[in-house]
Design a protein around this ligand. Structure first.
Ligand code: S3P
Length: 448
């Protein structure tokens, strides 16, 4: 078990930008989609290939887990993968499965293991072992799963015991795409219909990718959220997957462009509406955002997105509970951007931020304050007063990749260098991040 946090011990000093940040290219493959295509390939009828699989540590943990469950994985994420599922279905892993820092893997793997009825013990790093698991254990238990874990099933390590699942409907206690996906993946093994009701809409990659792999999934409105159904037993088809760029990684480049008066164009970017609320927030804050050249890859929308400052600079934004799920991973970055925006930015209804790779509300407010920015916490959000003079100084990423990268970007707009303690945590989702941040300065302007 890993007791250190990602990036712990690493420090990176980021100097203020002397020229505008300009970028024109691609970002690493989408992390959410990569986890899912690896798991669907494990469950598929034959050999799948994956182009553009996310290169970070989280998705490497998923490949290791898929191997531990019996698949053969060949190739490298950068050059393409071949995934051959085990004959005879998911195998009992020989050892404890380590999900590393990845909440998505931990939750989805519990669903697969419960569905497949395999004995397994699952753990993770120090951060992941502190994150809630009851939200996925409880609904699977309602469907017949036998799962035990530390603190009454609330924390890793958890143990999944073989037990037959039955068809049924579960209503989730939190809007979580991970938990919804765990139930749907478990439902593939169950005879009859498994339904999951989410209290608010969350990213729908699992639904889209299952459909692309030939498994019918039905979706209907249910209260403020949705009811999603899958009928089993069903096996996904083997596929030639192509993973779009990660909108959550591109977000850092868009923000860097806005903070330095540059521009960023990202090609082949995933623009699933469950993931692009950050682009709407940027528009509301006064940025120019262009989305062009739409395509569809296995049911996932893909486009070229260009972001540049609008004529009047950035202004603060008010973001309420509705639609938070589609913005949740970008909120640390939004807090950083708010420091440079005119007026007050306020985010509410985002209590889930306290259960991510770190308590992201506390981590961002503490770091902003260390750089002289006025900011404060709400139980379910934060406020930031801008435009602030961002002093140099030192901030702690708390082992959280998105906190590290958010401060890396804000450093471009600071008066003096900012030291990011724990900067190497960026490897979790965007291993080349610091090189991209350095290298993209001073490139020629983009074509309009
Ligand atoms: C994810 C869902 C979100 C998100 C996380 C990835 C996914 O979490 O914050 O980074 O891939 O399903 P929730 O499950 O809490 O919605």
């Amino acid at each position: 078990m890993r007791d250190v946090l990602p990036g712990q011990g690493s420090v990176r000093a980021v100097a203020p930008a002397r020229s505008p940040f300009r970028f024109d290219g691609r970002v690493p493959g989408d992390k959410s989609i990569s986890h899912r295509v690896a798991l669907l390939s494990l469950l598929a009828e034959g050999e799948s290939t994956v182009a553009g699989y996310a290169p970070g540590a989280d998705c490497a943990s998923t490949l290791a887990a898929v191997r531990a469950l019996g698949a053969r994985v060949e190739g490298t994420p950068g050059e393409g993968l071949r995934i051959l599922p085990p004959a005879g279905g998911v195998r009992e892993p020989e050892d404890v499965v380590d999900a590393g820092n990845s909440g998505t893997l931990a939750r989805l793997a519990v669903g697969v293991l419960a569905g497949a009825g395999r004995y397994a013990v699952l753990t993770g790093d120090a951060s992941l072992r502190g994150r809630p698991m009851g939200r996925v254990v409880r609904p699977l238990t309602v469907l017949g799963a036998r799962i035990a874990g530390r603190e009454g099933g609330e924390r890793l390590p958890v143990t999944v015991l073989p037990a037959p699942l039955r068809a049924g409907e579960v209503t989730l206690e939190v809007a979580s795409a991970q938990v919804k996906s765990a139930v749907l993946l478990a439902g593939l093994f169950v005879a009859g219909e498994t339904a999951v009701v989410e209290p608010a809409p969350t990213r729908d990659h699992t639904e889209r990718l299952l459909r692309a792999a030939g498994v019918p999934v039905s979706v209907e409105a249910a209260g403020a959220g949705r009811r999603v159904r899958v009928r089993g037993p069903a096996r996904p088809r083997a596929m030639a997957w192509r993973v779009p760029g990660d909108a959550s990684s591109a977000a850092f480049l868009f923000a860097a462009a806005l903070l330095t008066g540059g521009a960023a164009r990202v090609r082949d970017l995933g623009v699933n509406p469950g993931r692009t609320a950050f682009l709407d927030a940027l528009r509301a804050m006064g940025a120019e955002v262009a989305v062009e050249g739409w395509e569809e890859w296995q049911g996932e929308p893909v486009a070229t997105v260009t972001v540049r400052p609008g004529g009047e600079g950035l202004k603060g934004a008010r973001i309420g509970p509705e639609g938070i799920a589609a913005l949740i991973d970008e909120l640390p970055l939004l807090a950083a951007l708010a420091a440079a925006a005119r007026g007050r930015t306020e985010v509410r209804g985002a209590g889930e931020l306290r259960h991510k790779e770190s308590d992201r509300i506390a981590a961002m407010v503490e770091g902003l304050a260390a750089l002289g920015v006025r900011a404060g916490e709400y139980p379910d959000g934060f406020w930031v007063e801008g435009p602030a003079t961002v002093r140099g100084g030192r901030v702690d990423a708390r082992g959280d990749h998105r906190v590290a990268m958010a401060f890396g970007v804000l450093a471009l707009a600071a008066e003096a260098p900012v030291e990011v303690a724990g900067a190497a945590a960026a490897d979790v989702s965007f291993p080349a991040f610091w090189e991209v941040l350095e290298g993209a300065r001073g490139l020629p302007p983009l074509d309009a």
